[in-house]
Design a binder for this molecule. Structure first.
Ligand code: 4AZ
Length: 422
């Protein structure tokens, strides 16, 4: 059956020009309000870092001589107590969310007063007024430290705070031993095949080069002295042909310096590798920067334990008899008890009291050729890093039951002082 097609006429809506104008106007206003709100939200939530240099006087049951020396156990204990008192002072204040950290950089003794010098770091919303912020910080410190239980006991009236810029803060931190700026969270399994590190992660690492070719690692312990292994200098002795480079790549380096003097331990023994330690003096001091500065040396009495976090770093080979690397690598290793390391299936009593073992009994986490002389490091509770060992020897690299063997730095703490004054 035939059905006629139904053709519908389309209706067109014509808006009056003033209605179109009104809609456009309202749309523009809505858009402007949205942009305004977004800008306000971003600006309000953007936080800016504010750094302060704070000095405060305190009384203690300990004498200055007992805790004044940087990186000593007593220095760390006193710093930790004062840092947590300050942290707690802000934790009970309205600016607790803005507090980032407190860091003692040194102690001093002036006119029978003990002074702690510290950095305070905050992140405030950028809308807040500087004057008010400064006043509040001073007020909270004075009020809350008055009630803080000691020892040490802080004199609230003595607190002085001064705003400092980022460069000044960096300079203070770079002058402290064992501080790190750039910390990546990705952990590699081993130098053998592990990940490359970022600039500034291990700022004390040096590469020792003979006639421009990487031979060994070393660790910066102050502006002019490096610690390394004795065996690095067994056949290559002339300091004039050695250079030390700094930075995460050997080529190009961040800094390069000649060696003036090499001191090898008098009792170094080959092939047992006992007393495998040396110190080398740079021909000129290296200026401390975010990417080049010194590590802390542990007290002679310090004991590292299984379970302590440890890393070894180096430009060494990725596998036994492999080539050295241009880019620095890291590996997290476990401290291994000497008793276990001396068992027959491991090193069968070859580990002397001047050595320590680290790696993994399962293998794989290890240093290798070219890492020799470089640092095995461990952090304390304040996240300050210490030199625990010097890459020394091992049976190949990454083998099961054959962990890396390191020179035990605590056994040479006094020897290092006798040669370098550090
Ligand atoms: C070396 O020959 C070497 N697996 C360094 C470290 C280790 C082995 C050898 C540890 O420089």
């Amino acid at each position: 059956m035939y059905r006629p097609a139904v053709v519908r006429a389309r209706k067109r809506i014509y808006l009056e020009p003033w209605v179109t104008g009104l809609i456009a106007f309202i749309s523009l206003i809505v858009l402007a309000v949205c942009i305004g709100l977004i800008v306000h939200y971003v600006r309000y939530n953007q936080r800016k870092t504010y750094n302060y240099y704070v000095t405060l006087s305190f009384t203690s049951d300990k004498l200055y001589d007992e805790f004044g020396q940087e990186a000593s156990k007593n220095f760390t204990e006193m710093s930790q107590k004062i840092e947590s008192m300050v942290k707690n002072a802000f934790h009970k204040s309205p600016i607790r969310g803005d507090f980032v950290k407190s860091h003692v950089i040194k102690f001093s003794q002036e006119e029978h007063r003990l002074l702690a010098h510290m950095l305070l770091i905050f992140r405030f919303r950028s809308t807040e007024d500087l004057e008010t912020i400064n006043k509040n910080i001073q007020r909270f410190l004075q009020e809350r430290l008055q009630d803080a239980v000691g020892p040490p006991k802080v004199d609230p009236e003595s607190i002085e705070i001064k705003k400092i810029n980022e460069t000044e803060t960096d300079n203070y931190l770079n002058n402290c031993c064992g501080t790190r700026r750039n910390k990546s969270t990705n952990q590699s399994l081993r130098i053998v095949g592990g990940t490359e590190v970022e600039e500034g992660e291990w700022p004390w690492q040096a590469s020792l080069q003979w006639d421009g070719i990487h031979r060994c690692g070393a660790t910066l312990i102050n502006g002019t002295w490096l610690v390394s292994a004795a065996h690095c200098f067994r056949t290559y002795k002339d300091p004039a042909r050695w250079t030390a480079s700094f930075g995460v790549t050997i080529k190009p380096p961040k800094m390069k310096q000649g060696l003036r003097r090499i001191i090898v331990h008098e009792k170094y023994n080959y092939p047992s590798h006992d007393y495998d330690i040396s110190v080398a003096e740079l021909s000129r001091p290296v200026p401390y920067t975010n990417t080049v500065h010194r590590i802390c040396l542990p007290d002679a009495s310090h004991e590292f334990h299984p379970g302590d976090q440890m890393f070894v770093t180096g430009f060494g080979a990725l596998q036994n008899d492999g080539n050295s690397q241009n880019h620095l690598r890291q590996v997290q290793v476990d401290f291994i008890d000497t008793k276990i390391c001396n068992e027959p299936q491991a090193y069968n009593d070859a580990i002397t009291p001047r050595m320590l073992c680290a790696g993994s009994l399962k293998g794989q986490k290890d240093a290798c050729q070219g890492d020799s002389g470089g640092p095995l490091v461990s952090p304390d509770a304040r996240d300050i890093w210490y030199l625990a060992g010097i890459v020394s020897w091992g049976d190949e690299c990454g083998q099961p039951n054959k962990p890396g063997v390191y020179t035990r730095v605590t056994a040479f703490r006094d020897w290092i002082t006798s040669k370098t004054g550090i």
